[in-house]
Design a protein around this ligand. Structure first.
Ligand SMILES: Cc1ncc(COP(=O)(O)O)c(C=O)c1O
Length: 388
């Protein structure tokens, strides 16, 4: 056990503000009673503001993957043609869920570290069809890349207008600019443990009228993840199954905080911390994985240099209280990732940079103390318009 408060810099679960933690300790309420109905109705209305949507938003008690599964089983039938656009491990997972349930999935994969190319998506859509759905990842957490969802959705609307646009926005929604209705996104999934600053356990799914029409004809087997059942229950202020009430209490408080800060300032803060992490890591000599034009403002991935022993490096980071994430899938052992979403400030990033500097110095690397901290702070100030 480290006796210092760790700086949890993984891309979710994020650390929780104290008031959010305390909310999770509240006494239970009857989940079929009026208190819960008021709680859920309020949360849903406020989530819609962050989603920027007039569509239904449903709360599913599940990890984000459950939210993705609910989107597949609720709107599709076995044999449906689905284009799964993937730029990393989570895009691959989304494609796999659709495949497991019997969809006819065509995978369009892009090199890890790159964003999806709208022109290539258009090519794939026009080469075949008719498409029932296109699966997109807003923010690919495994590669630290944010896709141009607006442009990708435009291509789908144009080249395959009947296809549902289903988006995994689990690790970006609530942190970086996103417009569900303006971008014509039919189904958008997010997860409580990411930008929302609450514990894992809830997944949110927005559903357009078009997607509800598809739901009426969808034949995938489903029970727990049937979103139509969630809609019916939500109309009565309930959920079909017992919800994660404590996480709902937390979300209620976290949404208050997010509203107080305001969406624009939340987006600016994430842009600043993203810039800070990229500048700090680059100053330390790390090469970043993501194409700079599409670098994520919620997570950053850096290659582990060949002459740096990951276990010793990570062990020292942990000792100093900095918890970072490793690579996933094909990138396991090759990269490390720093999460910077939700409950994150520029000073918490400067702390991370100081720990990285000290660790590298302990390992005998020629790092000048303070250089990464300074580069990170300057980048954040520039991003905030406070420095040239
Ligand atoms: C982009 C993305 N999709 C899906 C998931 C899966 O979410 P969960 O781990 O909550 O099932 C994650 C989790 O990190 C993610 O970042």
């Amino acid at each position: 056990m480290n006796r210092f408060e760790p700086n949890l810099r993984i891309p979710g679960p994020t650390s929780l503000p104290d008031a959010v933690r305390e909310a999770g300790a509240r006494q239970m309420v009857n989940h079929r009673g009026p208190e819960f109905a008021t709680l859920q109705n309020g949360i849903i209305e406020r989530l819609k503001a962050f989603y920027k949507t007039q569509n239904d938003v449903l709360i599913v008690t599940a990890a984000g993957t459950g939210g993705l599964e609910s989107a597949i089983v609720s709107f599709l039938s076995p044999g449906d043609k689905v284009l799964a656009v993937t730029i990393g491990a989570f895009g691959d997972r989304f494609a796999k869920i659709a495949t497991v349930y019997g969809a006819n999935v065509t995978k369009l994969s892009f090199e890890w570290g790159k964003a999806a190319d709208p022109a290539k998506v258009r090519e794939a859509l026009t080469a075949d069809g008719p498409w029932k759905a296109v699966l997109l990842t807003q923010n690919e957490t495994s590669t630290a890349v944010t896709n141009p969802i607006k442009e990708l959705a435009e291509v789908v609307t144009d080249a395959a207008p009947d296809a549902l646009v289903i988006v995994d926005a689990i690790s970006g929604l609530g942190a970086v600019p996103f417009e569900t209705d303006e971008w014509k996104l039919d189904v958008v999934v997010s997860g409580s443990q990411k930008a929302w600053m609450v514990a894992p356990g809830l997944s949110f799914v927005s559903v357009s009228p078009r997607a509800w029409d598809a739901a009426a004809a969808a034949k995938m087997p489903k029970f727990y993840f049937d979103l139509a059942a969630h809609r019916t229950s939500a109309e009565a202020g309930q959920t079909p199954w017992t919800p994660a009430v404590a996480v709902m209490f937390q979300l209620d408080v976290a949404l208050n905080m997010m509203e107080q800060e305001g969406l624009d300032d939340i987006w600016k803060r994430h842009a600043a911390v993203g810039a800070a992490v990229r500048a700090g890591l680059t100053t330390l000599g790390f090469k970043l994985l993501a194409d700079p034009a599409y670098a994520s403002n919620t997570v950053t991935g850096a290659w582990i240099p060949e002459d740096l022993e990951w276990k010793a490096f990570n062990g020292k980071l942990r000792k100093l209280g900095l918890i970072v994430a490793g690579g996933q899938g094909a990138l396991k052992g090759k990269i490390f990732r720093i999460g910077h979403l939700g409950h994150v400030t520029v000073p918490s990033i400067l702390n991370a940079m100081a720990v990285l500097e000290q660790t590298l110095i302990e390992l005998g690397r020629p790092v000048v103390p303070g250089t990464a901290v300074q580069a990170a702070q300057v980048a954040a100030l520039k991003s905030l318009g406070l420095a040239k």
